[in-house]
Design a protein around this ligand. Structure first.
Ligand code: ADP
Length: 343
């Protein structure tokens, strides 16, 4: 297939943001079932056991990773492991009043999960401070000079915040999370294990080589692995006798326009634009306009993986395509790229 002309079938941002019943039914329910991320699991295990022994609410937890690596799954696992309720608030749309009613409805030990916590409005974040620190809510009654602050006691609860952008959290907010956990992209072996377990759950007949081929193309991301498995299963069902062999998996991945590093048409367009239109170096805004793509999707979904794969270097002067990117996407390595990379 011509590298610059990939079909546009599976979009990674859909793969990375969408969730559905399929994903939910496959979510591990206990720390033991959660594959990989040994350091994170160990850290959580120790804090959970210690809190259980003392009979205290678990300290507030901040989970940090690119999308699809298991933050929501871990938040649910925490609730399950401490046998408490799991309640979720939608961060970006939350106002002070929503927060007040959510917090006052929490029971002792409940887990309150807020996804995309960096998108909670600043003044709402601030009203979380006393709630996190002293289990107390400061409610303003009335307006103007006659207004008053009423302090409402809350049951001790645990806030579990998830973010793809830790750097966007205000320092004092970040400091109020006693437990901070970073999840890394998964090794192909871990993803292969998940594919094996999920194939068994979904009664998919898959051979080991096909498992590994899917794992290697999952961009280190569990959610993408699940979605690839679903798509490839459909392909195998319709186009072959239903058994997912390596040959069928490769044919299906080719059909869906996913290459051997898990890159697709959008990734090719990104590097084509960066290299051809911007000579290998560009700012986020310019790239977003040229690609007609949302800045957040580019910086939070696409780029962390490019950086991890060594295709992109973030510099104060913009994103720079590395020599490895020139080589992989079939461009002669420009002396300019080498110069940028050396800086
Ligand atoms: P995030 O909240 O970081 O975007 P999720 O927790 O929603 O990611 O995970 C996406 C999907 O990947 C889940 O549906 C779950 O089935 C699967 N998953 C995530 N982490 C793991 C893991 N460590 N082991 C097995 N499956 C996982």
């Amino acid at each position: 297939m011509d590298n610059h002309d990939k079909p546009d079938s599976l979009r990674i941002q859909d793969l990375a943001t969408e969730d559905d019943d399929f994903g939910y039914s496959l979510r591990p329910k206990t720390l033991k079932e959660f594959i990989g991320q040994d350091k994170a699991k160990r850290q959580l295990y120790i804090h959970i056991e210690a809190a259980k022994e003392r009979g205290d609410a678990l300290e507030h937890v901040l989970l940090v990773s690119p999308p699809g690596l298991g933050k929501t799954t871990l938040a649910r696992i925490i609730a399950n492991e401490i046998q408490s309720n799991f309640k979720q608030a939608i961060g970006p749309v939350m106002e002070k009043l929503d927060l007040a009613s959510t917090l006052t409805n929490l029971d002792q030990g409940d887990i309150l999960f807020i996804d995309e916590i960096h998108r909670v409005k600043g003044y709402v974040q601030e009203s979380l401070y006393p709630a996190m620190e002293d289990y107390q809510l400061d409610l303003t009654i009335g307006q103007g000079p006659g207004s008053d602050i009423m302090q409402v006691p809350l049951d001790p609860f645990t806030l579990v915040g998830a973010t793809t952008r830790e750097g966007l959290l205000a320092g004092p907010f970040r400091d109020r999370f006693g437990i901070r956990i970073h999840l890394d992209y998964y090794e192909a072996e871990d993803i292969q294990q998940a594919i094996r377990i999920n194939s068994a759950k979904l009664k998919i007949n898959i051979d080991e080589d096909a498992e590994y081929a899917l794992a290697r193309r999952s961009r280190g991301t569990m959610r993408i692995a699940n979605k690839l498995l679903a798509n490839v299963r459909d392909y195998a069902q319709v186009e072959s006798d239903g058994i997912l062999t390596l040959a069928v998996a490769e044919e299906a991945l080719e059909f869906f326009g996913i290459d051997e590093r898990g890159l697709n048409a959008q990734d090719y367009a990104y590097f084509q634009t960066l290299i051809e239109n911007f000579s290998g170096r560009a700012g986020l805004k310019a790239l977003a306009v040229a690609l007609s793509e949302d800045e957040r999707t580019i910086s939070e979904v696409y780029e962390p993986y490019y950086i991890k794969e060594g295709f992109l270097t973030p510099t104060p002067g913009g994103r720079v395509a590395t020599d490895a990117a020139y080589a992989y996407f079939n461009y002669p390595v420009s002396s300019q790229a080498s110069l940028f990379n050396a800086l």
